[in-house]
Ligand binder design. Structure first.
Ligand code: ASP
Length: 360
């Protein structure tokens, strides 16, 4: 088995996705560091989704809550979020609380020693001495991965969970999206062969990149990427989907694809990445919004998703439609993140045992 600590950064960086995934794994094949979506194959996804469902069932009783809180009460996590976030931050905080993990947080690098000229890597390495887990969200592409490697060279390789890195990856959002899709279709023939229509700022939205990668684990998915030409999906994502033997379609016509969709995945315009002032505002996004008329064009069994926060791409009137899944996604996120952290610390068997002994 390949071990991250055996590689120099240069040699590790040159590896392909599967080899990198092996370096980041625990001996049981589950991630130790969670850095990118390509670390999750079907076995890992099924294990986590099953565990999330067990955990949420266990948490319904007082005794179950106490059991969960006892699992990792001896661990401490640092939630290092230097990019704006409230929902993902609170989702991880809640996941830690469910497992009894105590937390510390860094929200603003400018009040730490980075202000005194310390490198971000040094700061995080220092903080890692106080904690057993680092959950990090940063503006900077690749920082979580570099930190995972850097800590692997130390005597105390603390696991890192990437909670959103730049424009490239948001693996735990993709996990909660898969969990939501799985729950939505599990009694209706499963996820295989479904048409997923992604809409909005696909050029800069990291959630779509990560979700498309996870969906390649399910046979026969048709991916339809709908965006204004300026915000079209990257060729790397199209190539990745096609290399997995799946159909990838690009379009600028959302209305035409709505009746075809099993799931519509809306995203907001990511104007924080604009290179010039008002760049996004000049793009006509009027045909990339969902209201009650658009919902009428969708199939009765289709679902509507959004990673949130939303702006005006989904009208509030749509919220009461039973096909609107975005609030459920939020709740599912807390459970799947709890499962992921439990897995990081090798607690899934204990969760499974408790569930079998008490709830099956
Ligand atoms: N919350 C998601 C993210 O962090 C989506 C978004 O911000 O639009 O990428």
């Amino acid at each position: 088995m390949k071990r991250l600590s055996d590689f120099s950064w240069e040699r590790y960086s040159a590896l392909g996705e599967a080899d990198k995934a092996e370096c980041l794994s625990r001996p049981d094949g589950m991630p130790f560091h969670t850095i990118f979506a390509g670390q999750f194959g079907r076995a890992q996804l099924d294990r986590l989704c099953d565990a999330a469902t067990q955990i949420r069932t266990i948490a319904k009783t007082r005794a179950g809550t106490e059991f969960l809180r006892g699992l990792l009460f001896h661990k401490r996590a640092m939630i290092y979020f230097t990019q704006p976030s409230s929902r993902t931050f609170l989702s991880f905080l809640s996941a830690c609380q469910i497992l009894g993990i105590s937390t510390g947080e860094v929200r603003d690098a400018s009040v730490s020693s980075e202000f005194k000229g310390e490198s971000r890597e040094d700061s995080i390495r220092t903080f890692s001495s106080y904690f057993d887990l680092i959950v990090m969200r940063t503006q900077e592409k690749g920082l979580a991965e570099r930190m995972a490697w850097s800590l692997s060279q130390s005597k105390r390789p603390v696991p890192i969970v990437n909670a959103g890195s730049g424009k490239d990856q948001h693996p735990t959002q993709a996990l909660l999206d898969i969990y939501t899709l799985r729950r939505s279709f599990e009694r209706r023939g499963g996820l295989e062969g479904r048409t997923v229509v992604y809409v909005g700022d696909l050029a800069r939205g990291r959630t779509v990149r990560s979700l498309a990668r996870l969906l390649t684990n399910y046979a026969g998915i048709r991916h339809v990427f709908v965006a204004p030409p300026q915000l079209a999906i990257g060729d790397d994502v199209l190539a990745m989907v096609r290399a997995a033997g799946q159909e990838a379609v690009t379009s600028t016509d959302m209305a035409a694809w709505l009746p075809e969709a099993d799931a519509v995945y809306m995203t907001r315009i990511q104007d924080e990445w604009d290179e010039s002032a008002g760049e996004s505002a000049r793009i006509d996004t009027s045909r990339f919004k969902i209201g009650t008329d658009e919902m009428r064009r969708m199939r009765p069994g289709a679902i509507l998703m959004h990673p949130l926060p939303r702006r005006d791409e989904i009208a509030p009137e749509v919220d009461s439609d039973p096909r609107a899944m975005y609030w459920r996604q939020v709740r599912n996120g807390m459970w799947i993140r709890t499962a992921l952290i439990a897995s990081t610390f090798d607690c899934l068997s204990r969760v499974g045992e408790y569930w079998r002994d008490n709830l099956q």
